[in-house]
Design a protein around this ligand. Structure first.
Ligand code: C5P
Length: 403
């Protein structure tokens, strides 16, 4: 991510949504920092948030009335959530409770903050704040993933002492950090505008009969994160996807495929019109030589299945890439670097992303990855990062190579 420029927030219209969390007290500092950075700030609060911080405090800091109710009980005037959403350059919900995040996912509209979310046309950023177990809960993690897949940006909570007295991840990011993320968001230049990339992702499925198939453990998360990172930088992205449970990232065009052969056809057709491709899919190397058209019945003895080679999609695109960019992945269990370097040359990748299954945190379904980026000039070993962060680093390299 580029360093935000000091004037990034000058004149920006920030709608600050405050929900009912103890971290709401930090919203006062946040609003003050935003105003000091030159932003115009309006505040919408949930009814519960008023119990943590007063509207008077927020109104004094932002010099605007605070909106909580759908209408003013004094004179019956409506507070228009549509107008608020249209006014804002960015809707920042900080703190965002588990409850509000869940309602945002489901489209519940039982307060002004949520109706504004549903009608907002501007980018949305959330800064979650909650107890560590609530944050780690599958429900919350699913909700955050669903929001991220819709293009909502998340300023991750930090680790530390929580209001419950427990220690762990769930503390809302400090106001300074939220302001920095917002600044980075506004300065981020869409440097890949006008470019078109193909990203392959997920596992292919090779049928044995109408019921069974051969496949692998790939979740598709890494490829989806790359597609999302490229799209956010302005690129057109064709995501050729094997079977996954993931939602299509915002602004990405997905082509669903099943087998390696289907993936080959879809990827090579899209590659013709593209500026490059990132080959992230876990493609089957072998497929059953014959596919039974009826369910195979079991017999007494062993079953021998004959397999034939599939096409190596990356190698075929590499052979005809010309000046287009090609990025590969190598998942290895031994002699990692030697294998990755050989693939870099053989498949004509511009760089290859090596993961080793021997590294803790680099597992199939997880949200983290530990990779080394290898090109002809050398290696860059990255620390254990979230898959989203790894995707950002890969997108940074693509940006540099395409500059
Ligand atoms: O040779 P290996 O399968 O380890 O190479 C991994 C790289 O090649 C990955 O980028 C993967 O997406 C790509 N690949 C492919 N088609 C295949 C096999 C691998 O595109 N049939």
């Amino acid at each position: 991510m580029q360093a935000p420029d000091a004037n990034a927030l000058q004149g920006r219209r920030i709608l600050l949504g405050i929900t009912g969390s103890i971290a709401a007290y930090k919203a006062a500092v946040l609003a003050r920092l935003l105003v000091r950075a030159g932003a115009e700030v309006r505040v919408v609060m949930t009814p519960l948030a008023k119990q943590f911080i007063t509207p008077l405090t927020m109104a004094t800091l932002t010099k605007h009335p605070i909106l909580v109710d759908f209408f003013d009980p004094e004179n019956g005037a409506w507070n228009s959530h549509v107008a608020l959403g249209e006014w804002a350059d960015c809707y920042l919900v900080a703190p965002a409770t588990a409850n509000t995040l869940a309602k945002m996912v489901a489209g519940v509209a039982d307060n002004l903050l949520l109706t504004t979310y549903l009608s907002a046309r501007c980018p949305v950023i959330v800064a979650p704040a909650m107890d560590l177990d609530m944050y780690a809960h599958t429900a919350t993690q699913h909700n955050l993933a669903a929001l991220a897949a819709r293009g909502v940006r998340i300023v991750e909570p930090t680790e530390g002492e929580l209001a419950s007295g427990l220690q762990g991840k769930g503390r809302m990011a400090e106001p300074e950090q939220i302001v920095a993320s917002l600044g980075a968001f506004f300065t981020e230049k869409k440097k890949l505008t006008g470019r078109h990339y193909v990203v392959t992702a997920g596992a292919t499925i090779e049928p044995l009969d109408p019921v069974r198939f051969l496949s692998n453990h790939s979740s598709g998360k890494m490829g989806y994160a790359i597609a999302e990172a490229l799209a956010r930088r302005g690129a057109r992205v064709t995501l050729v996807s094997g079977r996954t449970a993931l939602a299509v990232p915002a602004g990405v065009e997905r082509v669903d495929v099943l087998t390696a052969e289907e993936m080959y056809r879809a990827a090579s057709e899209a590659f013709e019109r593209a500026d490059g491709a990132v080959m992230c899919a876990a493609v089957a190397d072998y497929t059953p030589a014959e596919v039974a058209d009826r369910k195979m019945e079991k017999g007494e003895g062993e079953l021998i299945v004959r397999l034939k080679r599939t096409r190596d999609i990356a190698a075929e695109l590499g052979a005809r890439k010309g000046s287009r960019l090609l990025v590969g992945f190598a998942l290895e269990t031994h002699d990692e670097e030697a294998h990755a370097e050989s693939k870099l040359g053989r498949k004509h990748f511009d760089f290859i992303v090596l993961n080793s299954l021997r590294d803790a945190g680099a597992c199939f379904r997880g949200d983290t990855n530990k990779v080394t980026l290898i090109d002809r000039a050398g290696r860059e070993e990255l620390p254990l990062l979230s898959k989203r962060e790894v995707a950002e680093r890969i997108a940074d390299r693509i940006e540099t190579l395409n500059a």
